[in-house]
Design a protein around this ligand. Structure first.
Ligand code: SF4
Length: 755
């Protein structure tokens, strides 16, 4: 049975040794890397070929890859690595790996061209200075073959067990049965659509209501499609921890009872997985980084035996083998079938799963849970902010050479400030002089780190990371983003501005991610208008759309529109007393647990105070700003079965979604306002850009995101087919047909005048 592996993956598996060393070695951005390779190639002569595909076989192992360059006249293969700073600061284990790769290319080339020897050159190209540091050797064909054979031998037993595991996995998945006697209403429709999308390699947007069992309903068809479509991996991406837990439990339900050998991995963020948060990730500081690669093979072999590697299971294996749990988790992403993690592992600028899929040629299917969060999350991934106050702090403690560079940043910033004196100013283009100065400052920091490895001053480090992100996004700036300068109204001096690259439409960044996946399914109960999702997320034109019918009936939920109340900004003050009276009346008529949602803490507090005055006997508790996890749980725990009271919360906040209070733990909700984002200069710029790009400025900026929040909040009430409840939509505009059309089809709105 043939097992195919990329040259890089083969070398990473076999040639890495010694310590994990992630001392801050500033690496070039992906774009800089591509540009660096192009510069080196352009410097070579006519006979030079770039990106030379090579492959070879060792027993059942098929090894393939692309050498960076080959000069036929010189018989010279080059492997180009871009870096910043001094070449001799590149850690030994990286250099060792680079040589291993180059020598495998040397072997493949000798075999392909039947040559007795080949020259090899490892080229380190410094992005900052443009200088090449070239290390050379000449190797005989026999030597290279022995090197290649050694690597393959070390990998072969692993490869054999991987191939066997995959064959067993696929055989079991082909016969996978749905784990329950029957599908829930709507679940089959969702599953069939996802299966079809995977069979045809298309993307799918699925609006599927709460209560149909979306997690199992999405995992089952993808796993079922896995053998037939030759899928290597499934990525289940969720915005929040509970969604990831549901996926892990769903996978266990589907596979463990049926004896399917599916390796499931939960990816955990570094700050949550780290065992030594006070240490740095290198062997001199952290005991779990010391000798990491020497102990990794045993840890990896042990981890591969655990079918569901959730956070705790990864930790246990890692500690038993004295390796870092976070980096063991990252390693296991290569060897797992279903990987469960946050959106950022596939969608952000340096996403690990996307990079692994690209480097290893994986065929992957992507499931995006609660996908209505993706626009907002992706915008923040592709935005960057520079704060003048932080620049001042960074400069105060910077070493002399860096300080000078930061002063140049300050001068460029001041010039920009003078040209944009208003409190909020959209900049026509990226401020190129400021970006040049930021890049020089980043180089100065890198030079400093190369000369004095060690921790940076925390303020300098924060500014440095902000500057790198800003400079990186400046390279790809386009109509999808805005660049603006804001002055804090409380600090209106020219010195205190903030400069932002603000992504508006993440589609141009996400589009290639969807294109690279075999199929992507985005599902949520509140996707809203499909063209809004397609346009903002950059989904392919042929993306399919399904709206799954709800298992709930109109008889389960009374939906009232409080038509006599306006929550428009100018009418807010006048709305406080009527809303408090409405809540008190509903509570008197039907005592029980309710949630009341408002667009801001201020509005929420005013109505809660008014309710207290109207009827001080109604138990009430409020969401606070910046609640800890423990405090949030305390808020939720007050919704006891058979209990009664009003929990006041903010729309779009911690309790507006992902809260599951079935039965009489929640019997009703009040939603005041349409959830529209605040009208302010930034949102108005967003509206203009959305108008220019899609001809739907108001809808895409205000209406759709607002109604999504409303439907999510109201969706807390009915969680099962046994639940009964009431929702009050407080604003006369909820009765408008255009807004009604954005609500779940199974709701029957009662828009009679307020009693
Ligand atoms: S345990 Fe923490 S400090 Fe140590 S290598 Fe892992 S992430 Fe880094």
């Amino acid at each position: 049975m043939t097992y195919t592996i990329a040259v890089r993956a083969l070398c990473e598996f076999t040639a890495k040794q010694g310590d994990l060393d992630l001392r801050f070695t500033p690496s070039p951005s992906a774009q800089e890397g591509v540009q660096g390779h192009a510069v080196v190639a352009a410097r070579r002569g006519d006979g030079y070929r770039s990106e030379v595909s090579l492959s070879g076989q060792w027993q059942d192992l098929h090894v393939r890859g692309r050498a960076d360059g080959y000069d036929e006249q010189e018989n010279l293969i080059e492997e180009v690595k871009t870096h910043r700073g001094r070449a001799d600061a590149i850690p030994d284990n990286h250099r060792h790996l680079h040589w291993a790769q180059l020598r495998v290319y040397g072997h493949l080339m000798c075999e392909q061209r039947n040559m007795d020897s080949v020259k090899l050159a490892l080229v380190y190209y410094d992005i900052g200075s443009g200088v090449e540091t070239v290390l050379r050797e000449t190797r005989a064909r026999d030597w290279l073959r022995a090197h290649f054979t050694g690597l393959c031998e070390r990998f072969s037993s692993w490869a054999a067990s991987e191939a066997a595991q995959r064959a067993a996995r696929n055989a079991a998945l082909a016969g996978l049965r749905f784990p329950h006697a029957d599908f829930r209403p709507g679940q089959r429709e969702l599953a069939e659509n996802i299966y079809r999308a995977n069979a045809s390699g298309r993307c799918l947007l699925a609006q599927a209501p709460t209560g149909i069992g979306k997690t199992v309903g999405s995992l089952f068809p993808v796993l079922k499609a896995m053998p037939g479509q030759g899928l290597d991996k499934v990525f289940f991406l969720a915005a929040k921890t509970p969604g990831r837990r549901l996926a892990l439990d769903g996978a266990a339900t589907l596979c463990q009872g049926a004896g399917v050998p599916l390796r499931v991995l939960e990816l955990t963020a570094r700050d949550k997985a780290c065992e030594h948060p006070d240490k740095a990730c290198h062997g001199d500081a952290c005991p779990l980084a010391k000798g990491f690669y020497d102990r990794l093979p045993a840890a990896r072999a042990a981890a591969a035996q655990v079918m569901v590697l959730d956070r705790e299971a990864v930790r246990q294996v890692a500690l038993a083998h004295e390796v870092c749990p976070y980096y063991l988790g990252s390693e296991m992403a290569r060897w797992s079938d279903l990987i469960v993690g946050d959106y950022n592992y596939y969608f952000d600028g340096g996403a690990m799963l996307y990079a692994l899929a690209q480097n290893n040629g994986w065929k992957a299917s992507v499931l995006v849970d609660e996908a209505h969060n993706l626009v907002g999350r992706a915008r923040s991934m592709y935005s960057a902010e520079l704060d003048r106050a932080l620049l001042r702090l960074a400069r105060a403690n910077a070493p002399p050479a860096v300080k000078k560079a930061l002063e140049r940043v300050g001068r460029a910033w001041t010039a920009l400030d003078k040209s944009a004196p208003s409190p909020y100013q959209l900049l026509e283009s990226i401020p190129s002089k400021l970006v040049d100065a930021l890049q020089d400052a980043a180089s100065a920091v890198n030079e400093h780190l190369a000369a004095f490895p060690g921790p940076l001053d925390p303020d300098l480090q924060r500014f440095h990371f902000d500057a790198l992100q800003f400079a990186r996004l400046a390279e790809s700036f386009g109509p999808h983003s805005l660049c603006d300068l804001t002055r804090d109204a409380d600090r209106p001096t020219l010195r205190d501005s903030t400069i932002c690259i603000r992504n508006v439409v993440p589609g141009p960044f996400l589009g290639p991610r969807f294109a690279a996946a075999h199929s992507s399914t985005l599902f949520s109960a509140t996707l809203g208008a499909w063209h809004y999702c397609r346009d903002t997320l950059g989904l392919p034109e042929n993306t399919a759309w399904v709206e799954v019918a709800s298992p709930f009936h109109a008889s389960q939920l009374e939906v009232h529109v409080a038509r006599g109340i306006s929550t428009r900004y100018q009418a807010r003050a006048a709305s406080i007393q009527p809303i408090a009276e409405l809540i008190a009346r509903q509570y008197r008529e039907r005592p029980g647990n309710y949630l009341a949602f408002f667009s801001s803490f201020d509005y929420m507090d005013k109505v809660a105070n008014a309710l207290d005055a109207v009827d001080g006997a109604v138990p009430a508790w409020r969401q606070e700003r910046r609640m800890s996890e423990h405090e949030r749980q305390g808020f939720i725990d007050r919704f006891t079965p058979g209990g009664a009271g009003i929990g006041f919360a903010v729309l779009g906040g911690a309790f507006g979604e992902g809260v599951d209070l079935p039965g009489d733990r929640l019997i009703g909700a009040f939603v005041a306002t349409l959830g529209l984002p605040q009208v302010n200069p930034v949102n108005e710029q967003l509206r203009e850009r959305m108008q220019a790009l899609f001809g739907a400025g108001y809808d895409y900026t205000y209406l759709y995101p607002g109604i999504q929040k409303v439907v999510q909040a109201a969706g807390r009430v009915i969680r099962t087919e046994q639940d009964r409840g009431v929702v009050w939509l407080i604003d006369d505009r909820f009765a408008q047909p255009g807004i009604r059309a954005l609500m779940p089809a199974w709701w029957e709105l009662d828009a009679r005048p307020l009693r």
